[in-house]
Design a protein around this ligand. Structure first.
Ligand code: ATP
Length: 314
């Protein structure tokens, strides 16, 4: 449904996208995840044919975003980070305006359907200026789906909402995902995990990882970390642990040691044997759980403070 090949975008001399490639299949909900300034909005604007790429090829439903920009706009519904709403219009009036602009047939019926879908039917006559931020986001979603597009591109649709509204909008996106192909950008990992089938992690204009949330976790956890606690040791535990095959790094922690190994499954029996053979007690040997948050921070190491804190999974 969406094919992106070697997409590059320059703003002047600055490369905001450095040759990214990915595909999105029909019906998928794909999370576009990255810290501020990663290039998410730039990618979305190119996908929606609002801005041309500097180089590379992008097609949506078979249409090229440069040569077939009108067709692309027809098959895509776009919800930008800030939806341009007119505060003095009613919800119905605004959607009527957008629907007319996009040539929606039987538009009054369609507006009713869409308002029902986003749970705003009762607010049809409200002025946009009197709506809460969460309700405005719903109107933003309504305008994105009014022309019944196959593909939805949603740029951080939950930003600035209170926790209840965030849950409502996520739920709505999940529902829309049943019959739409969706790209959904966020800088909150747990959100991508809840809403998306697959995640692309983007940083500094490049895709640094891709997979299902579970898949990403498994892949990164394979070479993960272990916690080891040894009792009755009458020698140098750290030196012994360092000699165990595939161990890369040993760091002393308060009550034990943290080990990084290339193979954290195979290394476990090897550590157990080494400790027991030395005549010491192995009191603890456990993998340190890596949350998607840890993975994200590891992959986007120079961008701190962008991920939502999440409780430790230990
Ligand atoms: P955010 O979550 O903050 O919106 P983002 O991942 O969407 O971030 P982009 O908005 O795509 O990131 O920006 C990518 C980079 O390109 C940033 O460094 C940004 O400063 C730069 N940039 C974006 N738009 C322009 C522009 N019109 N002119 C110059 N630089 C720009």
């Amino acid at each position: 449904m969406i094919e992106v090949q070697d997409l590059t975008k320059y703003y002047g001399n600055f490369a905001a996208l450095k040759g990214i490639s990915f595909t999105v299949e029909k019906g998928e909900v794909v999370g576009f995840l990255g810290p501020n300034g990663a290039g998410k909005t730039t990618t979305m604007r190119i996908l929606t044919a609002y801005m041309p790429p500097s180089a590379g090829k992008v097609t949506v439903a078979g249409y090229d975003v440069v040569d077939g920009s009108m067709e692309v706009r027809r098959v895509i519904g776009y919800m930008p980070e800030t939806v341009p709403l007119y505060p003095d219009m009613s919800v119905f009036g605004y959607l009527d305006f957008v629907a007319e602009l996009r040539g929606v047939p039987d538009r009054w019926d369609r507006i009713e359907d869409v308002l029902d879908r986003v749970g705003m039917l009762e607010r049809a006559d409200s002025l946009i200026r009197n709506l809460s931020k969460g309700m405005r986001q719903r109107v933003g979603l309504a305008q994105a789906i009014i022309h019944d597009p196959e593909v939805l591109i949603l740029d951080e649709p939950t930003i600035g909402l209170d926790p209840r509204q965030v849950l409502e909008v996520r739920q709505l996106v999940r529902e829309l995902g049943r019959d739409h192909t969706i790209i959904f950008s966020t800088h909150i990992l747990s959100e991508a995990e809840q809403v998306c089938d697959r995640v692309l992690i983007i940083d500094h204009g490049q895709i640094v990882a891709e997979g299902t949330p579970q898949n990403l976790r498994d892949r990164l956890q394979k070479g993960g970390r272990l916690f080891v606690r040894v009792g009755r040791a009458d020698g140098d535990v750290e030196a012994l642990l360092r000699k165990v095959p595939t161990v890369r790094e040993v760091t002393s922690a308060e009550t034990g040691f943290i080990i990084s190994a290339d193979d954290n499954v195979g290394v476990r029996p090897a550590i157990a044997r080494a400790v027991v053979e030395a005549g010491w007690d192995l009191l603890e040997l456990r993998p340190l759980a890596m949350t998607l948050e840890d993975i994200f921070l590891e992959l986007t190491a120079s961008d701190e403070d962008t991920a939502e804190p999440e409780p430790e999974e230990e």
